[in-house]
Design a protein around this ligand. Structure first.
Ligand SMILES: [Zn+2]
Length: 586
């Protein structure tokens, strides 16, 4: 008996990814591709009765750090369970290579870095490979043994992966490789030349572009000439330039009065690189680049969003190929989330070693005074009222041994106690170092305004993980909610609850638009001959389930996910299949 197709999805609402209207029908898969769509006759080895579910192309996540953890979590359950069939790795200037004797994997290997090179304030993230590997071998049974991106790709292919991976190389890793520990300065001509050679190697190895991280070390120390020189090489290969533009300034010690540059200049710089190098530009995780304080004024917020988008629209009108992406969760975008209020005093949590010890130490007046001194001199810039006057208005206490504080922000608690916010924070933590706090607020109107833009795409900005993952060293980070529910949240908020976008438009922005931008041939659409990357979801129920206290929950409403013709998620469970591929430069 030989069936015509491998998989036949019957009785589906089909949203093909182009923005065209939904139609009813079937999708037939043979091998890795879609063999027929619409009214399909014939039999298949596996028949899936969609029962009215919506079939869409698999979601393409354009801003992602899954490459950094894909060897540890090749099944990338947090991604595929939310419908991501392809992720773009290597963003924010950080990729898993090229490496020399020093490596920076500090974000993902947070515990290892804390253990082998403890530091009170801002750790040096560039450490000897040997040192990292000693502990890495103990924990995982293998070593970080590659140098070039090409060698890394071999490791990934040997292990297999569930989603597809679009590789970008990080300018940061290249800059580290060339300059070593002496990176806090402008690069010499010779060094820039060496960086260009590294970009060339990465592009030859199959990367699809170059990313920069301008708020981080070492990308912060580059200038536009260096960035353009590196980007130009990527452009020779048809590469893209993805930019985490300068917004906060270096996230390190900063003295009062040292303000970051105007945020809008960051994206103007990225656009200028695109102009000089005649290459496509992707602005990473866009947010309003003008501050409005206090919030709550719709007119002011809208003005900030419009002014931000104008820079992008002006560039597009000029003929430049500029897009941008957003992180779906509106409050806690980023790689991690942390429920512990004690995280606000991270340096002192590190030296005391535990929450109990921190509470004890906070009973000493001198200890509190020393914390204040350190903060006011700029060593730990997060709580400095001269740098960030509104920090205390953000965390809302949700659990604390002293009921008086529950439901209040630190600022409100301070008012009640008649002390300043820093004194209130130390008081609360001395009473209960296990106090939990979240960032509250339901207002995602800013995000929804950005969603409307026709060139907007989505990226979860996190690692490939499963729902067991956590940090085991202070401040005990958890993965961000977006790691599990970013795309379901996008559909819930943008389509079902606010009707900001039609389903067809919302799907287009995460399928055919990113496929076109990253030149992924035959992906991002449901049509005969395209790769069978398919999601079956229920737009009426699709939802994220994690929150800041427990982000590690898989979403609901994503029933089937197929990658290259192989079922990876079946009835909302990972099948263990690893049909993903590295989508090399074509
Ligand atoms: Zn970033």
């Amino acid at each position: 008996m030989s069936e015509e197709y491998d998989i036949l999805i019957k009785n589906a609402s089909i949203v093909d990814g182009t923005g065209a209207e939904t139609f009813r029908g079937s999708v037939a898969v043979k091998g890795e591709r879609i063999a027929a769509i619409g009214e399909v006759k014939g039999d298949a080895k596996v028949v899936i009765d969609a029962g009215g579910l919506t079939a869409t192309p698999g979601f393409i996540d354009v801003h992602n750090h899954g490459d950094v953890s894909i060897l540890h979590y090749p099944e990338a359950e947090g991604f595929v369970r939310q419908g991501i069939t392809t992720f773009v790795g290597g963003n924010c200037g950080t990729s898993p290579g090229p490496y020399g004797d020093l490596i920076d994997q500090a974000y993902f290997l947070y515990d290892i870095y804390n253990e082998v090179a403890p530091d009170m304030y801002y750790p040096n993230r560039l450490l000897p490979r040997e040192l990292i590997n000693e502990r890495h071998r103990e924990l995982y049974g293998w070593e970080i043994d590659w140098h070039t991106m090409g060698e890394f790709f071999q490791r990934v292919e040997a292990r297999g992966l569930s989603p597809n991976y679009v590789p970008i190389v990080g300018h940061g890793d290249i800059r580290y490789l060339v300059m070593g520990q002496d990176f806090r300065r402008k690069a010499t001509k010779k060094e820039v030349k060496a960086m260009q050679e590294q970009v060339r190697q990465a592009m030859e190895d199959g990367c699809r572009g170059l990313s920069v991280g301008r708020d981080y070390e070492p990308g912060y120390y580059a200038d536009i000439d260096e960035l353009a020189a590196c980007a130009k090489v990527a452009a020779e290969y048809g590469g893209i330039y993805t930019s985490h533009s300068l917004r906060t300034g270096l996230r390190k010690a900063r003295r009062p009065g040292e303000f970051p540059p105007p945020k809008i200049n960051g994206i103007l710089e990225a656009i200028e690189v695109g102009r000089r190098c005649k290459m496509p530009v992707e602005i990473s995780h866009l947010s309003p680049l003008y501050d409005v304080w206090p919030g709550g004024s719709e007119i002011m917020t809208e003005a900030a969003v419009k002014a931000t988008l104008k820079a992008i629209d002006d560039a597009r009108e000029e003929g430049l190929d500029v897009n941008f992406d957003l992180i779906p969760h509106h409050l806690t975008g980023g790689i991690y989330t942390c429920p512990w209020l004690a995280a606000a005093l991270l340096p002192w949590l590190r030296i005391t070693g535990s929450r109990e010890n921190l509470a004890k130490a906070l009973q000493m007046r001198e200890f509190r005074d020393e914390i204040r001194e350190s903060i006011m001199s700029g060593k730990w810039y997060g709580l400095n009222p001269n740098i960030n006057p509104h920090w205390a208005a953000r965390p809302t206490i949700v659990s604390c041994r002293d009921d008086r504080f529950v439901g209040k922000t630190v600022a409100q608690a301070a008012e009640e106690l008649g002390v300043d916010p820093l004194e209130a924070l130390t008081e609360i933590l001395s009473v209960d170092p296990y106090t939990k706090a979240v960032v509250k607020g339901d207002d995602d109107s800013t995000k929804l305004m950005f969603y409307r833009h026709p060139e907007m795409m989505i990226g979860v900005d996190t690692f490939a993980l499963d729902d067991k993952w956590e940090c085991k060293t202070p401040p005990w980070f958890l993965p961000n909610e977006n790691s599990f529910g970013g795309f379901p949240r996008y559909f819930r908020r943008a389509v079902r609850e606010t009707k900001t976008l039609t389903l067809e438009e919302a799907v287009r922005k995460v399928t055919s638009l990113p496929a076109k931008k990253f030149r992924l041939g035959d992906r991002g659409v449901l049509r005969e001959g395209a790769y069978a990357d398919i999601v079956l979801m229920d737009p009426e129920t699709v939802t994220d389930r994690g929150d800041q206290l427990e982000p590690r929950r898989y979403p609901e409403g994503i029933e089937y996910v197929i990658v290259n013709g192989v079922t990876v998620v079946e009835k909302a469970r990972h099948t263990g299949a690893k049909p993903g591929r590295i989508l090399y430069r074509e």
